[in-house]
Write a new protein. Structure first.
Length: 303
């Protein structure tokens, strides 16, 4: 007996495992008792039955919804061909002719905006009508007593105002504003603003020929207005070449940054410029530049 008892004696690890197993069995026993209280068998059955019924029920679709599988088959509108006037037929009438609601609305919108069908072929203006439908409808188009001439009479006519032509007058280009330039024939708001803007950047025009440099101004327009232009060079703003900073000098359209840097560096090394001849000693500058800038320079040492 003693040997038998020793055979069935459990180790500490085995005892823990046995205790864990007993706890699990006890919890399952409790679940078996209390689960039917919270979830009655009848309710579970009903839910399952409801699920099966819902699964078997066929899905309900609205008329315009798409089928999940397979190609969408669109029914063509019913066609009833009859003689009609496209200028008076209402939306329902167009749909009787086999047009969709959208196609009919396009025609109604076209008419509401003042569109008129003068001839049968004018139906081709309606982009939503394909060639096949047009060929089907054209033989039935009729415009009784409303001929093309009568339709035209329905369109309101407006008296054309006679606008006075621009009469060029003599214009001083260094004192005139943009409105004054617009009085010249061929000069509109855009060119008048460009003329004034270029003048401000230069400090004033020193020659009439500089107007030809205005961006986009056609040579024909320039030649036409040239006889009506005058210039007052006393209004030109000069550049004090011996006092001006590199930044201010570089803003001038004829100088720009690199030339301004070269001129200021030369002035720092060799002193003030007394005349145009001193400036010509800056060998990196070309003759064209000297010709353009000469009349803008003030060589006075003190201002």
């Amino acid at each position: 007996m003693r040997k038998l008892a020793e055979y069935f004696q459990l180790s500490q690890k085995e005892q823990r495992g046995m205790l864990f197993l007993i706890c699990i069995l006890f919890l399952l026993f409790l679940a078996h008792i209390f689960l039917p209280i919270f979830y009655p068998k009848k309710e579970i059955t009903l839910r399952i039955e409801h699920f099966h019924v819902a699964e078997k029920a066929e899905p309900q679709y609205e008329e315009r919804s798409y089928v999940a599988k397979g190609p969408v088959v669109r029914k063509k509108p019913k066609t009833e061909l009859f003689q009609f006037d496209p200028n008076t037929l209402d939306k329902a009438g167009w749909q009787r002719l086999g047009l969709s609601g959208k196609q009919a609305q396009v025609i109604i919108n076209y008419r509401n905006k003042g569109g008129t069908f003068y001839e049968k072929e004018d139906l081709r203006k309606i982009y939503s009508l394909n060639e096949e439908k047009l060929e089907e409808l054209l033989p039935f188009v009729q415009m009784p007593e409303l001929k093309r001439r009568e339709y035209k009479e329905r369109i309101p006519t407006y008296d054309r105002k006679e606008f006075a032509k621009k009469e060029n007058r003599i214009l001083e280009i260094n004192s005139s504003d943009s409105l004054a330039f617009m009085e010249l024939r061929g000069i509109g708001p855009a060119f008048s603003k460009r003329i004034v803007r270029f003048r401000e950047a230069l400090g004033g025009y020193v020659k009439l020929e500089q107007l030809a440099e205005v961006y986009g101004l056609p040579d024909e327009t320039y030649q036409n207005i040239l006889p009506y232009l005058r210039i007052d060079t006393s209004l030109v703003k000069r550049l004090p070449i011996n006092q001006i900073s590199q930044n201010d000098l570089g803003k001038h359209p004829y100088v720009k940054f690199k030339r301004a840097q070269t001129i200021i560096n030369y002035r720092k090394q060799h002193g003030a410029f007394k005349s145009m001849e001193d400036l010509r000693n800056v060998h990196s500058l070309d003759e064209e530049f000297f010709r353009k800038i000469e009349l803008y320079l003030d060589f006075r040492l003190h201002r």
